[in-house]
Design a protein around this ligand. Structure first.
Ligand code: GLA
Length: 380
């Protein structure tokens, strides 16, 4: 276990306050949060640690255990760090907070993450963690939903991704032992308790780095906006159309590609409700089927999967004891989530990994997801 206070003191003066924000795995509801759909993510036991000490130096100095590039910028000066630099998240967090009236006179920060693999929202974990840390250290803590919205603003304005609110919401709002059913059209939410010992959600990383994800993501955002425009529906509420309503009007969307994108949005939205119900009814076969259908929809209609994700989902699903599997998150690489009988976790992973290794030459990393809750202060 990293001693964050000690690591901080080795790099800066003084004692820090410590915070932790989880990553997340989305159980179902991908690429619909920016269209007002319901989503069902759960936090994971891996995340980002933030050690911070506020100063009055007028400077923010930040170091990361995962990146050799130290960051330094002057509070209130125009944003200076290049796109792609992790420091954009830090600059973004301080700027958004300043707009919201939480002014920081300077800070020393050390961050470090242990999220294994991609597609598990390391960026939202960092952003929510930073805003939570700064606002708590300044004694001006945000309410959880406001925290999620402020973190989303950092992505929109400083990172350049038109993301929805799913990742930030689960990291800000999740409770231990539970997933979060979050309705992106009205921000209503409730925990879905995950206490059945008969099954596990297993997360497996393809090891394929996500490519062009930001530009493809923004392109999908634009396509769904075009679809909503053709149907005369507000984009931010597009996913609230029911499947019947959509099918009766879908020929108004002339571009067949845009029509498929829209079909994913409305069908995925309906699957989220089915999965939430199946989880509460402990109907694992129904839940598994919805996961598989979601993967097919993301692969065929939304086209955000890739060969490695398809192969891994298929390898997992074809094992006895696996109810269903799907890619999770934005796609184009990253991880798969599978619902597996608790007693079969080892055998499912062993066989699926062997199949994957035979084809791609690498062994995928895996873990059983556990919800420890959302962002919080931790003791030194
Ligand atoms: C990324 C975004 C989220 C969401 C997912 C896909 O994680 O940050 O807002 O759109 O992709 O479901």
């Amino acid at each position: 276990m990293t001693d964050w206070s000690r690591e901080f003191r080795a790099r800066f003066d003084g004692a820090p306050q410590l915070f932790w924000a989880p990553g997340r795995v989305n159980l179902i509801g991908d690429h619909i949060d920016y269209c007002g759909g319901p989503v069902l993510p759960m936090p994971i036991q891996f995340g980002t640690s933030v050690a911070v000490r506020l100063t009055d130096s007028g400077l923010v100095r930040a170091k990361s255990m995962n990146d050799s590039e130290p960051i330094e910028f002057r509070i209130g000066a125009p944003v200076a760090l290049p796109h792609g630099s992790w420091g954009r998240f830090v600059e973004g967090a301080t700027s958004v907070l300043a707009h919201e009236g939480v002014r920081i006179g300077g800070a020393d920060i050390l961050v470090g993450g242990d999220i294994p693999g991609s597609g598990l929202s390391s960026s939202a974990s960092l952003t929510v963690g930073l805003i939570y840390a700064f606002s708590h250290a300044a004694n001006r803590p945000h309410a959880p939903l406001q925290l999620a919205l402020s973190a989303q603003r950092v992505e929109h304005e400083f990172v350049g991704v038109q993301c929805g609110l799913m990742d930030q919401a689960v990291i800000a709002l999740a409770q231990p032992g539970a997933a979060l059913l979050f309705d992106c059209s009205n921000h209503r939410h409730r925990p879905i308790v995950l206490n059945d010992t008969a099954v596990r959600f297993v997360v497996v990383d393809t090891g394929r780095a996500r490519q062009l994800v930001d530009s493809a993501y923004n392109a999908r955002f634009a396509e769904t906006r075009a679809a909503a425009g053709s149907l005369g529906v507000e984009h931010r509420l597009f996913a609230t159309l029911d499947v019947g309503e959509f099918e009766s009007r879908c020929t108004r969307i002339l571009d067949p590609v845009v029509q498929r994108r829209a079909r994913h949005v409305v069908s995925e939205s309906a699957r989220v409700a089915r999965v939430a119900a199946a989880l509460e009814a402990r109907d694992w076969p129904m839940l598994g089927r919805a996961l598989s259908q979601s993967h097919a929809s993301l692969r065929d209609d939304y086209e955000v999967s890739c060969t490695e994700l398809d192969a891994l989902a298929e390898a997992l699903e074809s094992q006895p004891g696996c109810y269903g599997a799907r890619m999770t998150g934005a796609g184009f690489g990253g991880s798969v989530v599978a619902l597996v009988d608790a007693e079969c976790v080892d055998s499912v992973l062993r066989s699926a990994s062997a199949t994957y290794r035979q084809r791609f030459g690498s062994t995928p990393r895996a873990f059983v997801a556990e919800s420890l809750g959302g962002v919080r202060s931790v003791d030194g």
